[in-house]
Each structure stands twice: as C-alpha cells, then as structure tokens.
Write a new protein. Sequence first.
Length: 327
Amino acid sequence: MELSKNELFNAIREIINQSRLKVFRAANSALLESYWQIGKLIVEDEQQGKLRADYGAATLKNLSNQLTFEFGKGFDESNLRNIRSFYKSFPIRDAVRHELSWTHYRLLSRLDADEKRKFYINESIISNWNSRELQRQINALSYERSLTEPKVNNVKPNIQDYIKDPYIFEFLGLNPNIKNTEKDLESAIIDHLQKFLLEFGKGFAFVARQQHIVTDTSDFFIDLVFYNYILKCFVIIDLKTTSLNHQDIGQIDMYVRMYDDLKRNDSDNPTIGLLLCTEKDETIVKYSVLGDKNQLFASKYLLYLPKEEELKAIIEKDRQRFELDNQ
C-alpha cells in the first residue's frame, strides 16, 4: 500500500522517536545502576572509617578530584553527595524504578520518610510527573494535603483518598489579592487544564465545561465535569469565589442527584460532587450533608503557593478536624 508524503513522514518520525526513547531508557537505567553501585561503595567505605570525624568530607573531596580528572564533569563533590544520599535512601536495588530519571531521584532522596518517597514515586509514575512537576508537588506538600493517609499499596480506592484540602492553584496566574469572578476561575482552569489535572490527582479526565442539563421544567449548567477512571465515577465541580454557604451545598447536592439520574450509566459508580471555595465554615460542613463524607465534599483552594510553615499549619488544622469528624 502506497503511503502519502505525510503518512511516510509520520511513520518514519514514529520509528525515530521510539528509537530515541529506547536509547534514553537504556542510558537512564545504566546511569541509575552505576550511581547506585557508586553510592554503595562510598557508604560502605565511610562506615569503615567512621571513627574519624573528617573522613567523609576528605574522602569525597579526593574522590571527586580523581574522578573529574579521569572522566570529566558529573563527579563534583556535590553530585557525589547526591549519589551517596541516593543509595542511603534506596539501599535495596530492586526498589529503584527505572521509569524515573536521576533528577527525580535527587529530589526523592531529600525526603525525610520512606512513606513519602513511596508516595511520590507512585504518583510520579502513574501521573507521569516530570522532575519539575515532582518538585512542585513536594513544595506544595501534596502528600500531607491528602484527606486520608496516602495509600501506596494495592488497596481498594476510596474517594476520600483522591480529595485534597486545600488545593493549590498558583499556576492559574490569577491575582489572589483581587476579586476574581467564577468565570475568571473557570476560564483559567480550562486554559491550564493539564496543570490542573496534575494538581487534582491521578485518574481524572476532563469531560465538559458548563455542561447543559435539561429537565422537564428547567435548564442547568454545571461548571466542570470530570471522570475518574480509577474510581469509575463522574466528578462534578462547582466553583465559588466566596466562602461556603448553605445555598452552595444545596446546589451541588441537587446537581449530583440530577447527574446520577440523567447522565450516569449503569456501569458507573455514584457521582461525586466537589465544591471549591475560598473559605469553609466548619459548622456548616459538620451539620450539612457534607458531614456525611459520602458523595459530597468541599475543599478550600489557594491562588498562591504559601510558605511551608503556613501550609503546614493549614494542613494540620484540617487534618485535626477530619480526624475528629471521623471518630
């Protein structure tokens, strides 16, 4: 069968891209393997000389000079420290996932707990985070912002594992010091949909904006609709640029019931409703249908990335409320 010029070009381009990808993966695997072995040798050598306080610094400096003279760039003292941290964080060779790059592992090695490393490895692979997005998620305390303790094993998924509080939307480019409209917020999300989905979490696919729902007596428009292919359910989002109120809860409750009745297929799980608002009144949350922790949720969002101390305080406050509500 004769190919058109475009088809011929696309076929050749695909072969070249696949070939380059194979070369990259092979090179990346070799690099990670060699760095792991180098780190192992450095750590074992240091442990033998641990009685001398200056042993580590002197060894790395001399080793760096020798390796740089022999092999050139890539073996300065700073990178040797990274290689040593890499091995100490991942002492089991089979735990190293070759889908991730050396830059990923430099970031992961700086984390202070194995569970955090496992979480970010899992999310990086499933959500296809590049190293820049991984850095952002670490800075934004993605692990800590999960409503429940993040699961890294093959545990049956639960919607509460997929809801964050707060969400960080600094990438939308909206000024947090002015009054933005709901249309501004919605348009910014659509314009930055890929980044929004990365922040939102794994398994989400965009379905519709301002989806039109027609009943016998009225017309309704839902701000944003997504589908989570892991949870196998629709997730509808109602955007608010104000604090949470009773009317908002009644509206999202109606939307969820309406969506289940008119749009959900038999193979889909019940629809989830999520209110994104600037502030939450916890009394309203507790004594409304949101308190059931069933199909309706409300989360605060921020249009800027707070300092780590501020974000930790927000997360801890929300976690304490969540734990009290579930006791």
